[in-house]
Design a protein around this ligand. Structure first.
Ligand code: SF4
Length: 729
């Protein structure tokens, strides 16, 4: 299936679809614009959360162009289509322009108010809620680095409830699974030596459609260097088209495949014996656990030939330790996701790939300067969202969003009265939007902080307009995880437009009104930055000039062991193949395959992914990107489509198992998906009247997720558990 020529063209293909353009092609913008000098500001992108290095060209106080910053140690001058379209966000005519409040309840119109009135109102309401219901009755739903100072303010106010969809609806199971195994989660950007791998294994990860410039570049470089590629995906994704082996697995059976691979490695002695003996605990229990999970056992479960399972396991054994089993990013699929992540981590350990070249590298601890601040008050009551309680490995730092929705609806264990949603649309980022909407309606106070008038602003009591990433400072990114650690800083290219304000200013102003200034004891973000870099020995001037600077790293075990024996941050100090921490909480200490319900005849499991020119919903109103891809389409296999009398381009309504119906959507009839699944790209179909381009363009997969399966380990929501059937529109 592989083709070296087409692999070498991969990056070109990706560039054509918007993934990455080369630094060389981008760094020649003129230093003058006619007679006017062009100022170049080094900053970083936020069209998604990878934060690629950007140079913004500013003429007469207006950003005329953004291009890749070749000095950025990770992204090296590359921007994707979304990054290149950042100027359209800055000058989007639909932006939120000034603070607004409702005076007469949710049915009354939003009215323009001053910042002072808006923040005084917010502080007064928060103080009143604290007095009557306790500070724990308030929850912050943040996304993005600009919310970090607000997180500090809310913790100082006294609530433990910082709840993030990026954990419970995205990478939470992965980080918990790897934390339990290796003592450390993965974070972002992920510590992966992709370009050093001899074999890359993607399980449901569709690099190239999911675009982070440096990751796509490293993936293309790895393939160009001769790495072989295994892709496990019910859909023939862009990555699958480059694969040596494509495994079109039956959805929801990945754990069976992973256990069968582990079986082959153990039974045939292909695992890294020396590494496992030196670094891992629990091998005997694992060997007994996978004794019977043969490829022949997994074949009817996964719908994959046993020979193919065995052949791919042997290829991994031959390429070890330089095998990158990509841990994925969006991992909340079926509700047993932490266990699937554990199975992937165990496979990585058997291959001796953790802390080794071509595998997962070790994060380097980077010291940062800290201000002397008071400790946060200890909340009087336990968490309401279940983190650390009914979800024993739910994160205390990142919370459980769906647990918070439930607590708000039930009033248990105590009433929740206010939410602050920052930088994301909770009606799209959290499944079961019917419940999220009801929960919002039950609140006394719902505050939205955003750049654009996303759907949830229609429900908000108070709307605060944040400025875009090109108009603000943010807390610096100190990336110790990647092979070449670095610091990068978002410097403002221009002054905020309209009456919008940076996140740090909003947080600091609110802290002032709440009497919490001691927690943000700096006058300007430059002062905060100077403190942060104090122990790094780098110059502020150089950092401002370059926007990002490399820091020393020790990414591999061999580097660390030069300083003495390496200890993993697990309770045993070793890799935990068998997890006592899980066993102690009555959870499976080794991952077990449990059968999931299959779609009934005539129904399709709803799976979802991404298109390279959009970051979920946040870029849908961008004029350039909307012009490139305005709506999504539903993929159906040729066979069932024919049985249903559907042709390519027909429009259908999707109806789910609970009778929820979508708007009409175009059908893509293709051989490139299994017959039991239907695929949609996520982020489309927003219903926000004030977003003139995005409103009702395509359909929302989230709206069809009226059912979830909750992960008992960390509380996240498995979202590939809904089935749909097409009805001709
Ligand atoms: S991957 Fe693209 S959108 Fe994301 S930060 Fe980089 S350039 Fe921006």
């Amino acid at each position: 299936m592989s083709d070296r020529v087409s692999r070498r063209r991969f990056l070109g293909t990706v560039a054509a679809t918007g993934a990455a353009t080369s630094a060389a092609a981008q760094t020649h913008s003129p230093a003058r614009h006619g007679d006017t000098p062009v100022e170049r500001v080094a900053t970083n992108c936020e069209m998604c959360f990878w934060r690629c290095g950007v140079l913004a060209s500013v003429v007469d106080g207006r950003v005329v162009r953004v291009e890749g910053n070749p000095d950025h140690p990770l992204t090296k001058g590359r921007l994707c289509a979304r990054g290149n379209a950042g100027v359209d966000l800055l000058y989007d005519p639909d932006r939120l322009k000034y603070p607004m409040r409702r005076r007469g309840g949710r049915k009354s119109p939003l009215e323009r108010v001053s910042w002072d009135e808006a923040l005084t109102l917010l502080a007064d309401r928060l103080n009143a809620i604290k007095k009557e219901h306790g500070p724990e009755a308030v929850a912050l739903f943040p996304h993005g680095i600009s919310s970090s100072f607000m997180t500090t303010v809310l913790k100082a106010y006294g609530t433990p409830h910082v709840v993030m969809p990026s954990f419970a609806q995205c990478r939470g199971p992965r980080d918990v699974g790897y934390q339990l195994t290796f003592g450390q989660g993965l974070g972002s950007p992920e510590p992966l030596d992709i370009d050093g791998a001899k074999l890359i294994v993607l399980v449901g990860s569709h690099i190239g459609e999911n675009v982070f410039t440096s990751q796509v570049t490293q993936f293309a470089d790895g393939l160009a260097n001769g790495a072989r590629l295994v892709v496990v995906d019910p859909r023939f994704s862009t990555a699958a088209s480059k694969a040596d082996w494509w495994l079109p697995i039956r959805p929801a059976t990945d754990i069976a495949l992973l256990l069968a691979w582990a079986h082959v490695l153990v039974a045939e002695g292909l695992y890294d014996k020396e590494y496992v003996a030196k670094y891992a605990n629990g091998f005997d229990a694992l060997a007994a656990h996978v004794k019977d999970t043969t490829p022949e056992w997994a074949a009817p479960i996964t719908d994959l030939p046993a020979d193919l399972i065995r052949e791919t396991a042997r290829a991994m054994g031959a390429a070890k330790p330089a095998v990158l089993v990509h841990p994925g990013r969006h991992t909340t699929w079926y509700g047993d996701d932490t266990q699937r992540a554990r199975a992937m981590a165990i496979l990585t350990a058997l291959l001796g790939s953790y802390g080794r070249k071509g595998g997962i590298n070790l994060p380097t601890p980077i010291p940062t300067g800290q201000f002397d601040v008071p400790p946060f008050p200890k909340p009087a009551r336990g968490r309401a969202d279940g983190a650390g309680g009914r979800f024993p490995f739910g994160s205390h730092e990142e919370g459980v969003t769906n647990g918070m929705v439930e607590a708000t609806l039930s009033g248990q264990p105590y009433p929740i009265k206010a939410w602050i949603a920052w930088g994301q649309n909770v009606l799209e980022s959290i499944p079961q939007p019917q419940l999220t909407r009801k929960a919002i309606e039950a609140l006394d106070l719902f505050v939205v902080v955003d750049v654009l008038p996303v759907e949830m602003t229609e429900l908000a009591d108070l709307v605060l307009p944040e400025c875009t990433y090109l108009e603000r400072y943010d807390a610096p990114m100190v990336a110790g995880g990647v092979k070449q650690p670095f610091i990068s800083v978002r410097f403002p290219a221009v002054e905020p437009l309209h009456e919008s304000k940076p996140g740090w200013w909003i947080a600091k102003s609110l802290a002032g009104k709440l009497g919490l200034d001691a927690y943000l004891p700096w006058a300007t973000p430059e002062e905060h930055l100077a403190k942060t870099i104090e122990p790094m020995g780098i110059s502020m001037v150089e950092l401002r000039n370059c926007g990002a600077m490399p820091l020393p790293g020790k990414p591999f075990l061999e580097d660390r062991e030069a300083d003495g024996p390496f200890k993993f941050k697990t309770p045993s100090g070793k890799i935990e193949l068998h997890s006592q921490a899980l066993a102690d909480r009555g959870l499976d200490p080794l991952p077990r395959y449990v059968e999931h319900e299959r779609p009934p005849s005539g129904w399709f499991r709803l799976v979802y992914g991404r298109v390279p020119v959009h970051s979920f919903g946040r870029t849908q109103n961008n004029a350039t990107l909307h012009g490139l891809t305005a709506e999504n389409e539903v993929w159906l296999h040729t066979g069932p489509a024919k049985e249903l009398g559907l042709s390519d381009g027909d429009r259908v309504v999707l109806e789910n198992q609970d009778g929820v119906k979508s708007d009409p959507v175009r059908v893509k009839v293709t051989e490139e998906i299994r017959g039991d699944a239907a695929y949609l790209a996520h982020g489309f179909g927003q219903r926000a009247k004030a977003l003139r381009l995005a409103n009702r363009s395509g359909i929302s997969d989230t709206a069809l997720m009226s059912r979830v399966k909750v992960d008992p380990v960390m509380g996240g929501t498995g979202m590939r558990v809904n089935v749909v059937r097409p009805v001709k529109a």
